[in-house]
Unconditional design. Structure first.
Lengths: 154, 495
């Protein structure tokens, strides 16, 4: 059996087990004072999870015997690193919003983002980042009155 | 006569200005991923209290249907649906952009939206009050049947592996179980996490699965531009134009009656229209690879449904979707009570708002068509500049619908999931279809069973028709897919 198919099938079965466990919990620990409902809060989850478990099992059985082709072009190491840095910069952005607030965190995110994606000149990066973060601030905060975290430092 | 008076009244400078503001804002909201019309309407609602009632309702209505026009732009150009109703548009729209036909996709989306919007407004003016009463005969069992019919779309969107498609669809449905139980109010699949108790947000999930995943895949592939070659002609010609316009008309015919039914949003009608178009096409195997009908149909359907939603809102006081619910709230804040006597008691108000819809549709066409080139040129901007700006908009989009960073984390997680799905050829579309329809399926199923047990589905003729159609469609899809080559199926599942 192919390793990928095994992992995929097990993941499907795993997710269905979580759903089924939650469904059973809701059925067993059902509050007697809740409204009568034939599918209750739990039975619906159990039904969907059973379906998913069947699909997981069928996936394991079917694709372990069939010749499912899964070819993807080899990825350049540099590009992999770029993708990883994109994710990391986004995670950092979400942390920075809580600390520095929306405008400053966005400015840092743009500086980092443009650098990661290959803009060379630092002065151009800073200029672009300033313009974009000011524009976003104007649109979303000033005009749309969206309330973003102000940051714990300010 | 009332309609003519309404159109004349809506042509006053102030009403025109409000209409223009609403349409422009709607287009902008549609273009920005995640910042949906419901969120914007709720932000604008307190501000409109300072305006006169007719002007503010004209503006809010313009925003609601304008967002349907604008929602297609980012779907087509960057594969990020500005609206959940534009998810189906992205399947062929983005494929067209990649093949150098983004201009044509944007053109047919704008014209299809105009056709649907105008025909639906005509429907609202002439037949709306008469046919709205039939919507009341549509109970939970009929909804369930119709939703099951919509879910058969998962089969045709499964790509290379039906098992993967069904698995993704079921996971999508299971994820709708997170949060409060819609009937009893008990927390499900919350695991003690406060954020999960509110359930997962459709906007953040859509942004993640499509938007963030697309950026990650493109970053890894070292994409320099979204589209490298020429954009090609804007206006489709000859047979292609005919195909696009006919698809728009068919989708309008489907989307308008669906818009009259409470609970059926433009999202559902766009999926159904796409599926219907694929089934009537002589070359269904080409869908997903960039065919004009695949763009025209969902765009026309979502506009027709959005516009038709004003019929039950005005005639019965029933909001069919969240956007209309906010407009209903605005009407009530002004002391107006939509219902059967609304057309008689507030004649001038109703017909002026309806009149403004005709003008708004023309405005939107003017706003969108000359600007098609502008939006299309966005796709030639180097990706190194676009990627961070799109990611920052994704953050705002995911955050805006519920004002919580938790949803942005969910979007990031969904983005990573979308990336993995793309890598291992798991179709994203069935996952999203399952998540979008799952909630409605559960509610209609449980309400139906509470009404009369499982036998209720066999006592309702319309439900039987819907369920039988679903079985036949699944059977036909399976038969058809067996004959398709693997390369075509791969293209389909890419969405």
């Amino acid at each position: 059996m192919k390793k990928v198919v095994l992992i995929e099938g097990l993941l499907l079965v795993g997710v269905s087990l979580v759903g089924m466990g939650e469904g059973l919990r809701l059925v067993i620990l059902k509050d007697p004072y809740t409204l009568y409902d034939p599918l209750g809060p739990g039975f619906y989850l159990i039904a969907i999870s059973l379906g998913l478990m069947t699909i997981g099992g069928a996936h394991l059985f079917w694709h372990s015997t069939s010749s499912l082709s899964m070819e993807w072009s080899p990825v350049d190491r540099k590009m992999k690193i770029k993708m990883a840095f994109t994710v990391l910069s986004y995670i950092l952005y979400l942390f920075l919003i809580r600390i520095l607030g929306y405008p400053l965190a966005t400015l840092f995110f743009f500086i980092l983002g443009f650098k990661i994606h290959g803009v060379k000149s630092w002065s151009f990066i800073v200029l672009l980042s300033l313009i974009f973060s000011a524009f976003y601030y104007l649109i979303f905060v000033h005009y749309c009155h969206m309330v973003f975290p102000r940051g714990i430092l300010f | 006569m009332d309609l003519i008076h309404g159109i004349i009244h809506s042509l006053t400078p102030y009403n025109l200005l409000y209409c223009f503001l609403g349409c422009s804002l709607g287009t902008l909201v549609g273009v920005l991923p995640g910042l949906g019309p419901a969120a914007t309407l709720s932000i604008l609602l307190p501000m409109t209290m300072y305006l006169d009632p007719i002007g503010s309702i004209i503006m809010l209505a313009g925003l609601a249907y304008g967002a349907m026009y604008g929602g297609s732009t980012t779907s087509i150009l960057v594969n990020i649906p500005g609206e959940a109703a534009s998810v189906a548009t992205s399947w062929d729209g983005f494929a067209m952009t990649r093949r150098g036909r983004g201009g044509k996709a944007l053109w047919i989306a704008a014209v299809g939206s105009f056709v649907a919007g105008t025909i639906s407004t005509l429907g609202l003016s002439f037949i709306g009050p008469g046919i709205a009463k039939y919507a009341l005969k549509f109970g939970p069992p009929e909804y369930f049947g119709l939703l099951v019919l919509s879910l058969t779309l998962i089969v045709s969107l499964s790509g290379t592996s039906l098992m993967k498609g069904l698995g993704a669809g079921l996971i999508g449905i299971l994820l709708t179980g997170i949060g409060l139980d819609p009937v009893t109010g008990i927390t499900r699949l919350g695991f003690g996490v406060i954020g999960l108790m509110r359930g997962l947000d459709l906007v953040s999930l859509t942004i993640g699965i499509y938007g963030i995943a697309e950026i990650l895949v493109s970053a890894e592939a070292g994409l320099a531009k979204i589209y490298e070659g020429k954009l090609g002609k804007m206006m489709p010609q000859g047979k292609e134009l005919k195909k696009g316009l006919l698809a728009s008309l068919r989708a309008t015919g489907l989307g308008f009656p669906l818009g009259l039914l409470p609970g059926l949003s433009p999202i559902v009608s766009s999926f159904l229209a796409y599926d219907m178009e694929k089934r009537v096409s002589k070359h269904p195997e080409k869908f997903g690879t960039g065919v004009i009908e695949g763009v025209a149909a969902p765009e026309a359907a979502n506009n027709a449904t959005a516009q038709a939603g004003f019929v039950p809102l005005m005639c019965l006081g029933i909001p069919t979707n969240p956007v209309n619910a906010i407009i209903l709230a605005a009407l009530m804040l002004y002391g107006l009570k939509p219902g059967p006597v609304f057309f008689i008691q507030n004649k001038e108000f109703v017909w002026t708002v309806i009149g403004s819809m005709y003008i708004g549709n023309v405005m939107l066409l003017i706003l969108n068509l000359p600007l098609v080139g502008f939006w299309a040129r966005v796709s030639t901007i180097p990706y190194k500049y676009l990627a961070p700006t799109i990611l920052a908009i994704c953050m705002v989009g995911a955050y805006s619908s519920r004002n919580t960073l938790f949803d942005v984390w969910i979007a990031l997680g969904a983005g990573f999931l979308g990336y993995i799905m793309r890598k291992y050829e798991w179709p994203q579309a069935p996952f999203l279809v399952g998540f979008i329809l799952g909630d409605m399926v559960e509610i209609s199923l449980r309400q139906s069973l509470s009404m009369g047990g499982p036998l209720i589905f066999f006592n309702r003729p319309m439900t039987i028709v819907f369920l039988l159609s679903a079985v036949i469609l699944v059977f036909l899809s399976l038969k058809f897919f067996r004959r398709l080559p693997q390369e075509v199926l791969k293209g389909k599942s890419d969405g």
